[in-house]
Design a protein around this ligand. Structure first.
Ligand SMILES: Cc1cc2nc3c(=O)[nH]c(=O)nc-3n(C[C@H](O)[C@H](O)[C@H](O)COP(=O)(O)O)c2cc1C
Length: 216
């Protein structure tokens, strides 16, 4: 499966088959998480793997009673170490980089799970203190997300998405004047222009080479 396919076809899965997940697949998902970029390569994340049924039920309860979660055979809690990035990057590290680092790790995990034929879901709605107590997390560690993993028992449709025209600007933020209508057409023209320019460059280059060889 190529990256684009994995990105495009991954869906949040909230119904799981009651089949265990092979340990080597869990390992590959964790490896994918730890391969994410992080600020100054601090890797200010930790991953807590939960397989125990009772614990998964308690976690689901702490996630605003999202009881469906307990049926996912694997939970991975991604926690951040903001104190670590604060030491290097001050308030920006503490309040922003750790969150971004963990988010990058979570997205890698979701994509890897999908590429391995598994379903997953990113869970961000939880009672931080309740979750903290469940897994004996010290105060300086902040839970960022829970990833549920298992074999999917549903095929959700692609959710609605904004078009590129709606979310991108050229030159500066906002303003209708900076919006591009019909991006595929624009990028088609642009690609053609690049090809033509590259072609011209090649002609000029070979003519120059010929001249140089004649001079020799
Ligand atoms: C930060 C964040 C928090 C989320 N929290 C939850 C959650 O608590 N429960 C849930 O069912 N889905 C949660 N999701 C999943 C989104 O609902 C889902 O990604 C979105 O609806 C798009 O669907 P898709 O993942 O199938 O593309 C969360 C996603 C993100 C990025």
């Amino acid at each position: 499966m190529d990256v684009y396919e994995a990105i495009k076809n991954r869906r949040s899965i909230r119904k799981y088959l009651q089949a265990p997940v092979e340990w080597d697949k869990i390992g590959q998902i964790l490896e994918a998480g730890k391969a994410a970029p992080s600020c100054g390569n601090l890797q200010d994340w930790r991953f807590i793997v939960i397989l125990d049924q009772k614990k998964r039920e308690q976690i689901a309860e702490s996630c605003m009673q999202q009881h469906w979660m307990a049926r996912a055979p694997v939970h991975i809690i991604v926690v951040g170490e903001p104190e670590k990035s604060k030491r290097f990057y001050g308030i920006r590290g503490e309040r922003l980089y750790t969150i971004q680092d963990c988010a990058a790790a979570v997205q890698n995990m979701l994509l890897m799970a999908h590429a391995l034929g598994l379903g997953s879901c990113w869970i961000g709605a939880f009672d931080e203190d309740a979750l903290r107590n469940l897994v004996s997390m010290p105060n300086e560690i902040r839970p960022q997300a829970i990833v549920t993993i298992g074999y999917a028992d549903e095929q959700p449709p692609e959710p609605p998405e904004y078009t590129l025209e709606n979310i991108m600007y050229f030159r500066e933020y906002g303003g209708q004047g900076n919006r591009v209508k019909d991006i595929p057409k624009y990028s088609g023209d642009y690609a053609e222009r690049i090809q033509r320019t590259a072609g011209k460059g090649k002609d000029i280059f070979s003519r120059m080479m010929n001249k140089l060889q004649l001079k020799k």
